[in-house]
Design a protein around this ligand. Sequence first.
Ligand code: SF4
Length: 342
Amino acid sequence: MEDFSETPQLIEQAQKIYTENFNNSVTFERAVFFSWGCMIGDCTFCYMSTQPLEKVVQETKRSNSSILAEFILCKHLGWDIGFFTGGIGALKPDELESLLKSIYEITNEKIWLSIGPISKLLLQRYLPYIKGVVGSTETINPILHKQVCPSKPLKPYEMMFENSKEFDLQRAMTFIVGMGEVKSDFSLLAEFITTYDIHKIHVYGLIPQKGTPFENAEIPSEEQQAWWIAKLRIEFPTLDIQCGIWEDRLERIPLLLKAGSNSISKFKALKLFGTEIAQGIENQATLANRNFVGSLTRIPEIDWNHGIEKLSFESKLKEDIKKKLEIYLKRMRKNIHNHNEK
Ligand code: SF4
């Protein structure tokens, strides 16, 4: 394990830079998934790599009603959309375009899209509904990248980033701390961010997925994850940095925010809504003197069905969305009730 003892000094410097460039709020960002299967399927850290090979990827799609119900929830709970994502090859371009159009009608905002490398032609098609593209780059160390993403080279993402400039789209990338990257790799990461003029980075900590080679791996320490975030904040004062957390790592939130993160993600926000864990996230954010935007614990008093009725979708889809939404809300209310009973 490398020495991260300089992390506190870096955090102090990073915090100063953060306050010079951003306000003191922190948002929760939700990644909305459209499938649980992927055509690539062999990235060694990924949950989707544990899915049965014989499963047809297109059959792993979520229903449109479930996806759209989730976007309605995100909007009213004050969550930003980290990105709309899913396994590569799960959706045909027509299906995706139609979904993006429906999502745009709900959110009234363009979203980030993370669906693997996107061709120039498709970027143009999705342009009315997206503000940027996310490259799931994971690591920039070329040797490590080959090991952890054997069938997902960086080159096509680099091409997408270049093409996105022509359409004035923003660019984001992902980075997973704890897979084997070393501190000296920071220069490679910084060079990549500069070359492709990256606006946003998602800095996750490895989640050892059952059934993958990382199953028994040690999770990165909070100092280690904070080190990468602080280094990025110092090098790139205005870069949008999102930190990934997990339900077993709430106590590191203040450190990751102080290191210069703008937002939090990677939390099972619907499943754990209203629980002690969700409350813990909001509390931890305040420990870093940041105002938590939106809520992981309170459901707004609104007429959900009225909002759905106003959408231009077919009646059958609207009815299905209402049903899905009610299932989500029921579970969320139950969580709140159970938490209050404790
Ligand atoms: S391409 Fe993405 S979704 Fe597919 S296996 Fe790799 S990391 Fe998982």
